[in-house]
Design a protein around this ligand. Structure first.
Ligand SMILES: [Ca+2]
Length: 234
């Protein structure tokens, strides 16, 4: 999983002290130029555009020492309209140096809105802003639990099999559970091996018992996901 810092492709401040301090000054590659807001009015913000959705794990900002510490809330959006509060009280506490701030966990967004909350100076300021990203594709681990299947003698003796595709940094886990309630998801599942009989079979009669299958797809790479291509009994 390769995260790398990128400079956003666009930056728009909700206000600017003058034409010399517009939002784009925060992404022009120079720490000598900066976005500076016209005031410290509530809601003052700067919105960065990454061009496309990215999986974001960190940001870093360069602020002047006289503004340090500068505190803001970080919001993410994929469409530029609906924003989600992702990190509260994001603090840039090192003036005249890069401040790196990690998100609690990687999150997806194209637009990053920083709503400024406090600074030591009369205005808000950002000299440069970068975002640590990787491709946004398959973002989270996922679990699917199938609708329960009524157990019978044939199912109990059949071999449970599946085929899957697991690119690097991905895994597929299949587990089974058996209970006597076709509406209550079992609390615990047992690891299942392809080509084996159902691992979680109870002792004795199978009448009134139900089989549940839980599949977990795991990826630590934002760009690829594993796939279950087929699952069957024979
Ligand atoms: Ca700059």
């Amino acid at each position: 999983m390769a995260y790398a810092y990128m400079t956003p492709t666009g930056a728009t401040g909700s206000s600017a002290l003058s034409g010399d301090y517009v939002g784009s000054k925060a992404i022009d590659g120079s720490t000598d130029s900066a976005w500076v807001s016209a005031n410290k009015d509530a809601g003052t913000n700067i919105i960065f555009d990454l061009g496309v959705d990215k999986l974001i794990d960190k940001i870093k900002a360069y602020v002047e020492g006289s503004y340090d510490p500068e505190v803001c809330d970080l919001y993410l959006s994929s469409n530029g309209t609906n924003y989600t509060l992702t990190l509260e009280n994001c603090t840039f506490s090192i003036g005249n140096a890069w401040n790196e701030v990690s998100l609690a966990s990687p999150a997806v967004g194209r637009y990053i809105k920083l709503i400024m909350k406090s600074s030591l100076y009369t205005y808000y300021q950002l000299a440069e802003f970068q975002v640590s990203v990787t491709a946004a594709g398959y973002l989270e681990n996922g679990t699917c639990i199938c609708y329960p299947i009524a157990l019978d003698v044939i199912l109990a003796t059949a071999l449970m099999k599946w085929t899957h595709l697991t690119p690097a940094n991905t895994t597929v886990t299949v587990e089974t559970a058996v209970n006597e309630d076709d509406e209550a998801v079992p609390e615990s599942f047992t690891a299942q091996t392809s080509g084996q009989v159902i691992a979680s079979l109870p002792e004795g009669s199978l009448a009134g018992h139900y089989l549940w299958i839980k599949i977990t797809l795991t990826t630590t790479d934002g760009a690829v996901t594993p796939t279950i291509t087929r699952l069957w009994f024979e």
